[in-house]
Design a protein around this ligand. Structure first.
Ligand code: HBI
Ligand code: FE
Length: 295
């Protein structure tokens, strides 16, 4: 197969890799189809965001002007982002090892998959692609408090790895950076990148009666298991990015020790101590489970 026919995924996989796992984005090698796919993904996701995405996300997406149409050039985008918060976006071929991921975040570099999903994966994909990573994650990196939180998370990740406590910290990432909600003056909004880059989950997370919506509590979140292949059964709601940054500013060593003997919490479980903003019916999840058991 010649280069012209290669997909961006195969190009990324064969690109020479630097010691920090970054690669050359090879922006000029994306096909017209791939650029058009980005534009379609962006249009579909953006349509549902006004009144649903948090203010900082919408404002920063506008300030950063992610691309001039088509797949963004990460070096150009980084040149606009860096003066704002010191963050840069660096191209990678796909998932990078945990230690590499945390090292990059700790030095204010966000690794973004350089490939774009195939037509068959428009609504769901297993490995973060450039649309999820750039559209979902990068706008909030222009928000100074969120930007500090992400770096603190990277440093925390390096400490957690050294102590074998990654599962607890990964849950924090999942329920905030990927699937977090925030309470704003106008009402509940999304800020998590996993929701942001999924049109269906954007609507589900805020408007469907099925999931629980519970006030964020660091310990509670760190004990809660999550689903990786469906909408979330519980969404956690922060009051501000200051809350996240301040909660994550310290070393979690004592916290991990305290959590160690405590049982995990199931994704759908509510605790008497929870500050429940809305109790979900779980109807969507029950219907799915019924369908599976009848099959
Ligand atoms: N690599 N490219 C990439 N993107 C991620 O989000 C990512 C990763 N490697 C590891 C990783 N995430 C996890 O360690 C964290 O989500 C906890
Ligand atoms: Fe992500």
């Amino acid at each position: 197969m010649g280069d012209a026919a290669a997909t961006s995924k195969t190009r990324c996989m064969s690109a020479p890799r630097n010691a920090d796992h970054t690669i050359d984005q090879q922006w000029s090698a994306y096909s017209a189809d791939e650029h058009a796919r980005w534009d379609r993904l962006l249009a579909r996701a953006t349509e549902v965001l006004p009144g649903r995405a948090c203010d900082a996300f919408l404002a920063s997406a506008k300030t950063l002007a992610l691309s001039k149409g088509g797949i963004p050039d990460m070096a150009e985008l980084s040149d606009r982002l860096e003066p704002l918060t010191g963050w840069r976006v660096v191209p990678v071929a796909g998932l990078v090892p945990d230690d590499v991921f945390f090292d990059l975040l700790a030095s204010r570099r966000f690794p973004a998959g350089a490939f774009i999903r195939s037509e068959a994966e428009m609504d769901y994909l297993e490995e973060p692609d450039i649309f999820h990573d750039i559209f979902g994650h990068v706008p909030l990196l222009a928000e100074p408090v969120y930007a500090d939180f992400m770096q603190a998370y990277g440093k925390g990740g390096l400490r957690a790895l050294a102590r074998d406590q990654l599962p607890n910290l990964a849950r924090l990432y999942w329920y905030t950076i990927e699937f977090g909600l925030i309470r704003e003056a106008g009402g509940l909004r999304i800020f998590g990148a996993g929701i942001m880059s999924s049109r269906a989950e954007t609507v589900f997370a805020l408007e469907d009666p099925s999931p629980h919506r519970v006030a964020f509590d660091l310990e509670r979140v760190m004990r809660t298991r999550y689903l990786i292949d469906d909408f979330q059964q519980t969404y956690f709601v922060i009051d501000s990015f200051d809350q996240l940054r301040d909660d994550c500013a310290h070393d979690f060593t004592d916290l991990y020790d305290r959590l160690m003997p405590m049982p995990d919490i199931a994704p759908h479980e509510l605790l008497p101590s929870d500050k429940v903003l809305s109790r979900g019916s779980l109807a969507y999840f029950k219907a799915k489970a019924d369908k599976r058991s009848n099959a």
